[in-house]
Every structure is written in structure tokens, then in C-alpha cells.
Design a protein around this ligand. Structure first.
Ligand code: OFO
Length: 173
């Protein structure tokens, strides 16, 4: 049993995870338009991960007896100047998600809601990896600058990313 306040906060964040999925799906198409097929793959994998995150919140809320609310999703940006621009905006977005997960965890602690605190722990760890991946790519992109060959090498590396569903994940796509 979770409080109404906690379920509302988690429900709101669940919708934010869906926004993240839409954001990365849009970035995938933008990368494709720039001729960066590897980056398009990387963002498509990111989209699928976000759908898993969304479904994790959905399933947790349903298991807690919550009647979930799907909020209207706002339009996502679809114009970027470069792959570096995309990655910098990705990192900024993930830092926002990290702050939101931290706020939710703090709320769970304040409410002595141990089920939600434990549920959120997975996301606390996940955000470290998300931000780290983004920082790595930003560093490499800054190193190569405008060098087309360097960008294509990074694009090729991004093309190697494979979607690996976390253990016990609900199919989301
Ligand atoms: Fe769901 O971690 Fe990114 O947004």
C-alpha cells in the first residue's frame, strides 16, 4: 500500500519516462537524417530502454493497486545542429531525470515507504550508467571536433550498441 501522494508522484514520473522515450525516438530520426546510422541505432536502443523504464513504473503502480493516469505528452524537439548537440542535450535531460529520481527516493524515505524506496533503487543505479555513457560520448565528440572521419568512427561505434532488456523487464515495444 502506498500513499496517494507517492502514487501521484510516481505516476507523474512514469509519464516523464515516456517523454524520454519519445525524445530519443525523435533523436534517432534526426541522426538518421544527418546520415549517422550508428547514432540512429544508439538512440533507438535508448528509446527501447526508456520504454522498459516506463513499463517498470507502470507495473509497479498497477501492482500497488493504483489506477494509473496517462498524461498528455508534450511535443519533443526534433532539430539539432550536430551529434554533439544531441549528446549534450541527452546528458542534460538525464541529469534532470536523475534529480527527479532523487526527489522520489527522498519522498519515499520521508514517508517510510520502503517498497517504493527499494523499487527506486534500480533507477538510482541506472542513472549513473546513463550519465556516464553520455559523458563518454561527449568527450570523444569534443576530441574529434569537426573531423568527419572521427565523427564517422564514433558513429560506427554507436552502431554496435545492442538493446539488452533488464532481467524481468516487461515487453514494452
Ligand atoms: Fe529512464 O533514464 Fe533516461 O530518461
Amino acid at each position: 500500500m502506498i500513499s496517494k501522494k507517492m502514487s501521484e508522484s510516481l505516476n507523474k514520473h512514469m509519464n516523464f519516462e515516456l517523454y524520454s522515450a519519445h525524445l530519443y525516438l525523435s533523436m534517432s530520426s534526426c541522426a538518421n537524417e544527418l546520415g549517422l546510422k550508428g547514432a540512429a541505432n544508439w538512440f533507438m536502443v535508448q528509446y527501447r530502454e526508456e520504454m522498459v523504464h516506463f513499463m517498470k513504473f507502470y507495473t509497479y503502480l498497477v501492482d500497488q493497486g493504483t489506477n494509473i493516469t496517462m498524461l498528455a505528452s508534450k511535443a519533443v524537439p526534433n532539430t539539432y545542429s550536430s551529434l554533439l548537440d544531441m549528446m549534450q542535450k541527452t546528458l542534460a535531460h538525464e541529469q534532470l531525470i536523475t534529480a527527479r529520481i532523487n526527489d522520489l527516493s527522498e519522498q519515499a524515505v520521508q514517508e517510510k515507504d520502503h517498497a517504493s524506496r527499494i523499487f527506486l533503487q534500480w533507477f538510482v543505479t541506472e542513472q549513473i550508467e546513463e550519465e556516464n555513457n553520455d559523458r563518454d560520448l561527449i568527450a570523444k565528440l569534443k576530441l574529434v571536433g569537426d573531423n568527419g572521419h572521427g565523427i564517422l568512427m564514433i558513429d560506427s561505434e554507436m552502431g554496435q550498441r545492442v538493446f539488452v532488456p533488464p532481467a524481468g523487464a516487461q515487453p514494452a515495444v
